[in-house]
Design a protein around this ligand. Structure first.
Ligand SMILES: NC(=O)c1ccc[n+]([C@@H]2O[C@H](COP(=O)([O-])OP(=O)(O)OC[C@H]3O[C@@H](n4cnc5c(N)ncnc54)[C@H](O)[C@@H]3O)[C@@H](O)[C@H]2O)c1
Length: 316
């Protein structure tokens, strides 16, 4: 299939490009490289450098494609609080430009990178897609706004769309050119930050008095290779003019201490940590109910925490 991958030079998008091309798909990448890395791309990919906000360029990138995997966007929660307009412009307006281009060219299939940030701080865990969405930051609000636009486009332009609400993504893939690494700047994710921690700059553990078995917070992680498998399965499931929303996570969750122990095992030395107070708005447990993913797209993760930590370490 001919697929446009937006954000294909970023962490997750570059894994998609690699896996799609290795399984015989023809890929075009559209990316402005604002947070991505050109050297993540295979040399043979069709690459168009520029922004989603440029309608002519978007139509050029879409020409000849049958489907879109839409990863491009801004995704730092803290930055979104400081620059909400930038997030609305790139994420929401940028996606609208993409949907308009798809409409112009009659392209009907899209898989979108949504986020668990759409839920905010749900009271019940595991979190099902039916949970109420009350995002607590502009980033989550933009993802929810895009999902709404996709529901509208399913009705008005007969789009077949799936939004995958990822929880925390980790891990990496080894290619013939070397490892594709997670290279966010700043890095806000626990696993890469735990791997970087040193005695001089220990990993902060926010609260050790949570109502969980080891008293630290529990979060849900998914290996990036499992995540791209979910994208491929979602793409194959795009047959009707509907918009489906599906959680993608491990379904069980891992505590901060489980992550700390996994990092210590992989590095063969005890990870330096320091206790810090709870952060405002942090729920004790955030775990995805992934039963809909299994039912609708026949997807289940196969890689666990050790593989996520090990691969992130090897790629760093
Ligand atoms: N990493 C995670 O744990 C996680 C969790 C939930 C959702 N997501 C979502 O997955 C997607 C990919 O995340 P990532 O971690 O790979 O982020 P990333 O920052 O590494 O990748 C985003 C890519 O989009 C590109 N981009 C940004 N603005 C653009 C624009 N205007 N035009 C064209 N390209 C543009 C960037 O250059 C970058 O290559 C994002 O939409 C993010 O919100 C990620």
């Amino acid at each position: 299939m001919k697929i446009l991958v937006t954000g294909g030079t970023g962490y997750i998008g570059s894994h998609a490009v690699e896996i799609l091309m290795n399984s015989g798909h023809e890929v075009t990448v559209l990316d402005d490289c604002s947070t991505g890395h050109l050297d993540s791309l295979p040399p043979t990919v069709r690459f168009i450098q520029g922004s989603l906000l440029d309608p002519d360029l978007v139509v050029r990138a879409l020409k000849g494609c049958e489907a879109v995997m839409h990863f491009a966007g801004k995704s730092l929660v803290g930055e979104s609080v400081k620059k909400p307009d930038l997030y609305r412009q790139v994420n929401v307006a940028g996606t609208k430009v993409l949907l308009d281009g798809m409409n112009t060219l009659g392209i009907k299939k899209i898989v979108f990178s949504s986020s668990a940030a759409t839920y905010g701080e749900p009271e019940k865990s595991p979190i099902s897609e039916k949970a109420q969405c009350v995002p607590t930051n502009p980033y989550g609000e933009t993802k929810l706004a895009i999902e709404r636009d996709l529901s509208t486009a399913a009705l008005t332009q007969h789009l077949a769309a799936i939004s995958l609400r990822y929880f925390n993504v980790a891990g990496a893939l080894k290619t013939q050119r070397g490892w594709l690494a997670e290279r966010h700047e700043p890095e806000t994710h626990l696993i890469p930050n735990a791997l970087r921690a040193t005695k001089e700059s220990p990993l902060r553990i926010f609260g050790r008095d949570w109502n969980t078995p080891d008293r630290t917070c529990i979060r849900d992680y998914v290996h990036v290779v499992d995540l791209i498998d979910a994208h491929v399965k979602a793409l194959n499931a795009l047959v009707d003019s509907k918009h489906h929303i599906i959680n993608i996570g491990s379904g069980t969750g891992y505590s901060v201490m489980q992550v700390v122990d996994a990092v210590s095992r992989v590095k063969n030395s005890e990870l330096a940590t320091v206790d810090a107070p709870r952060r405002a708005g942090d729920p004790a447990v955030l775990v995805a109910d992934i039963s809909k993913a299994e039912k609708l797209i026949n997807w289940k993760p196969v890689k666990g925490l050790d593989e996520m930590v090990e691969d992130t370490f090897k790629a760093s």
